[in-house]
Design a protein around this ligand. Sequence first.
Ligand code: SF4
Length: 396
Amino acid sequence: MSELYDDPDARYTYRSPLVDRLREAGELQAGRLRLLLPPSFGFCWGVDRALAMVRDARAELGDRPMWLINSIIHNPRVNDDMRRMGIGFLKGPLAEPGAIGRLGPEDVVVVPAFSAEVEEMQLLEQRGVEIVDTTCPWVIKPHKRALKYLREGFTTVVHGTVGHDETRATCSLVRHHGGQYVVVHNMEEAGILADYLEGRIDDATLAAGLHPRAVEPGFDPAGDLRRIGVINQTTMLASESRAISERLRQALLARDGEDGLAESFRDFDTICAATQDNQDAAHLVAGKGPDLFLVVGGYDSSNTRNLARVGDGHQVPAYHIESPEDLDADRLRHRDRDSGEIAEARGWLPSAGPVAVAFTAGASTPDAILGKVVERVVELAGESLPASDTSVADGA
Ligand code: SF4
């Protein structure tokens, strides 16, 4: 059973009474601590749906071997719970060696919310396994747009992360249909691509500036970058996606002129609504000027990483942490936004005086984990939560 709960049913809902209370009130005063929560955070519709589908499949097909291709979502606690439910992993760090080779019609395989590569789906079909496809409908949006670009003769530029499950699936679809793609991770890489489009750098400099797996072998920049269409991994930082698209548009405007641009450039916003809502809400709460912003989610969760960057624009110290175990009285372990390394911050929580702490959580973070983080901060500050009928919002 998950260590988060005593109630075995709770693992399916991942609810937290404390978070429910904070969600309703917006903020709570716990002694010298002011606890702030944005109006939108945490589990998205797509994750809720994926976990419900796994639960239903487990109930209906529980006597058959069940597998996940890889993480169901990017949260280690939730993936641990999958294992406790008897569900195995075919790929990734939790994979059972050789399991893929033994798959057969008795097996049930869950496709995660991010989708899967075409080649993986083909293998599952060849093996005759029963597929439970939890692919989020929002993830289908960039897939459809990439195929539309391909039909119209455009190379897809993905603002995303090479190796992220969703972007791997999108790129595999383009590859499978004989198209080309380029993945740019950030404004720096987009700038290099833009420099190439403007004729400022050569093929070798372009290749050196991008991730080694940003394009397919055989990618021909001169031919394949004549016409480009931009999409985003659904969980990227929306403001950065817009800036990248505009940078590439300007480059093609310089290269092709106004008339040519209509023939050489397309873009389409494929950020999902849940990601957008959580980012907008994080801006709201960061704008209240908290002393500290704790962003809770798996270190490999793309949308959580991007939520942690929202604080930058508000000059609020923001830390991406994974769980309450990342917090000690003097030490805070977090994922550094720039280097991506796990780092430590000291003296993160003032030992006296009023402190406003804002929290948010990524789309793959259960409320239960966020609730434990809030409790941990209150405990480390030497305070206690107010009785449940008092809050700042209701005038207490
Ligand atoms: S973050 Fe968006 S795309 Fe991803 S599962 Fe949730 S709703 Fe779907």
